[in-house]
Design a protein around this ligand. Sequence first.
Ligand SMILES: NC(=O)c1ccc[n+]([C@@H]2O[C@H](COP(=O)([O-])OP(=O)(O)OC[C@H]3O[C@@H](n4cnc5c(N)ncnc54)[C@H](O)[C@@H]3O)[C@@H](O)[C@H]2O)c1
Length: 353
Amino acid sequence: MTTSPLALVTGSCGLIGSEVCAYFHRFGFRIAGFDNNQRAAFFGPEGDTSWVLARLRAEIPGYSHHNIDIRDREAILHLVAELKPAAIIHTAAQPSHDRAASMPFVDFEVNAMGTLNLLEAARQACPESPFIHMSTNKVYGDRPNDLRLRELDSRWEFDDPAFAEGIPETLSIDQSKHSLFGASKAASDLLVQEYGRYFGIPTCCLRGGCLTGPNHSGVELHGFLSYLIKCNLEGREYRIYGYKGKQVRDNIHAEDVARFMHEFYKAPRVAEVYNLGGGKGNSCSILDAFRMIESITGKKMRSCYVDENRIGDHICYYSDLRKMKAHYPLWSVTRGLPHIFSEIASGWAVRSR
Ligand SMILES: NC(=O)c1ccc[n+]([C@@H]2O[C@H](COP(=O)([O-])OP(=O)(O)OC[C@H]3O[C@@H](n4cnc5c(N)ncnc54)[C@H](O)[C@@H]3O)[C@@H](O)[C@H]2O)c1
């Protein structure tokens, strides 16, 4: 009798983790997740993800949850040895750029050391299983801000034709300002690549742009669109930090992220790196996002302007998706911005009832 493959998802109650659990379950996987609701410790009650855990338990038959901290090396080694998963999808993290400076040790221990714990556990127990790591575009530090830009009415745009399709994986991650978060994530990104190159494990780093969807417990310091839409619905004031509100982000729905992970699982490669975002087609500035949500909800966005950008914040960033599409031609972005905005707005409306 064959049993279905097991996917181990770290950070299973987060935006990406929970989507991955649901997606891989739909494709016949058994799902084990671990998450200790650390997001509530990072961001307070608004970051609490217990509602997601309740949903995972209700919606995924046989979902097994482990309330483990990724910093607990013995527990991680033991869990992975016991489960020997067919795929490891690593999404647990301290995810905020700005939050990291107030907790440098915790940030590094969770993001870098936690990833090392998991990699070593994988190497010992299941080195053939694909190891998929959620990295971030912050590994490039503020290097994208060195590119020549053009100012348009509501957004910035790359002015160099070499970047017309966005930021490629070849951009240097070295010698730029990262924030402590970007540095701890760069450490984990390099470790994941090294466990691929050095030990031959099928690993990939997905350097995410703005990942989004209705399952985000969005807070001011993390979850760009989710938080912006929540502000609109609740009539809260949204603070714009610098760059005239024209800073550009590329947004990708969490399900399109999960779809890419599944494609990688089916045809894994060793030590790969991909820039995973919504690409040019799903890019917008904060000002553009205001317009879009106003047209959906009919509510005027309340905002104030702080004339200082967040340290190391990108002025214009969208991912060049050509490498991903060349390696995995069946994958593409399926959710455009109007769909994403409407879905997040209705998700918040349901949750606040
Ligand atoms: N959301 C984005 O816009 C974005 C952009 C680029 C990269 N990423 C990366 O994607 C990954 C997932 O991000 P997300 O938006 O789903 O974040 P999230 O905060 O929604 O999810 C992360 C989950 O990990 C859990 N977690 C944190 N520390 C833990 C620990 N010590 N032990 C066990 N569990 C722990 C949290 O409780 C949370 O549920 C992260 O690596 C993040 O850096 C996210």
